[in-house]
Ligand binder design. Structure first.
Ligand SMILES: C[S@@+](CC[C@H](N)C(=O)[O-])C[C@H]1O[C@@H](n2cnc3c(N)ncnc32)[C@H](O)[C@@H]1O
Length: 268
């Protein structure tokens, strides 16, 4: 049966299922933030890297290509991993990458394996963030780095309404303040923790997203979205619900007053 003809009840998380189908995911700060994360995690030639929540594989393939690293990508979504595999073939790095479907709260690796573990806009989703970060640390080599780019409350107390709307509209996200993220890294036993929170404007985030995702990927995504809307009842319903959730969010300008992103890096 055509995979797209799923029932709405078969969509595990419509927000991510839709992103996986259209082949686009994103994180705040775009490539600039990814470059900073790579630098702070000392990712260089021939290292062994884990990208948790790799989704469609953009960051992992670019690290494999640019630094000749061996990169493993983990994601909870089978469809995201399929997209990441397709990308690794397109980008000519399939011999340097590997993939696993797994939950970041329980990584299927032995301890002390990777030079660096990175996660971009992923660790704000699991129920037990401390368990997830502690597992990132477990699989990192002594002296290696764990680095996150995560959605961050810039003001300590966002209105409850905003917290709820964001949770509903963005796949169950639960951001932390920068102190909250720092405590989680400390709780996992990391040392020399760096905390770099960034405020972001709506315009800047829009430019980041356009620069981060190539034109070819954007046009393919629009084509896939239209196709899904036409042929799949489940996705049509999910898209309509997402539009309603987004419309119900407090004005975007207000949201950007409260939230931004942060880069958090520690050494094992
Ligand atoms: C917002 S996307 C960001 C993806 C990518 N890192 C990027 O920067 O474009 C979040 C990704 O995390 C994955 N994810 C969410 N919760 C997860 C979990 N508990 N375990 C593994 N992956 C998870 C989703 O399937 C999705 O691919």
């Amino acid at each position: 049966m055509n995979k797209l003809l799923k029932k709405i009840s078969e969509l595990k998380n419509p927000y991510f299922d839709l992103q996986a189908e259209i082949g686009i995911t994103k994180h705040m700060g775009g490539f600039e933030a990814t470059r900073e994360l790579i630098d702070l995690c000392h990712i260089g030639k021939n290292k062994h890297i884990l990208d948790v929540g790799c989704s469609v594989g953009r960051t992992m393939c670019s690290i494999a290509k640019r630094y000749n690293c061996r990169v493993i990508g983990v994601d909870i979504s089978e469809r995201m991993i399929e997209r990441a595999k397709e990308r690794s073939k397109r980008e000519g790095v399939k011999n340097r990458v590997g993939f696993l479907i797994a939950d970041v709260q329980s990584l299927p690796f032995e301890k002390d394996l990777f030079n660096a573990v990175i996660s971009e806009s992923v660790t704000a989703f699991p129920d037990n963030k401390q368990k997830a970060i502690s597992d990132y640390v477990r699989v990192t080599k002594p002296g290696g780095y764990v680095g996150l780019n995560e959605v961050t409350w810039i003001k300590t107390e966002p209105p409850e309404e905003l917290v709820e709307c964001l949770y509903k509209a963005a796949g169950g996200i639960k951001p932390e303040t920068s102190d909250g993220w720092k405590e989680l890294l400390e709780g996992a036993g990391l040392k020399d923790i760096m905390v770099k929170p960034y405020k972001i404007t709506m315009i800047k985030q829009f430019i980041n997203e356009v620069r981060q995702i190539r034109f070819a990927d954007i046009s393919k995504a629009w084509y896939r979205l239209l196709n899904l809307y036409i042929i799949s009842h489940a996705y049509r319903k999910a898209i309509k619900e997402m539009i309603i959730d987004t419309r119900n969010m407090p004005k975007r300008k207000i949201m950007f007053k409260y939230w931004g992103y942060g880069i958090y890096v520690g050494r094992k």
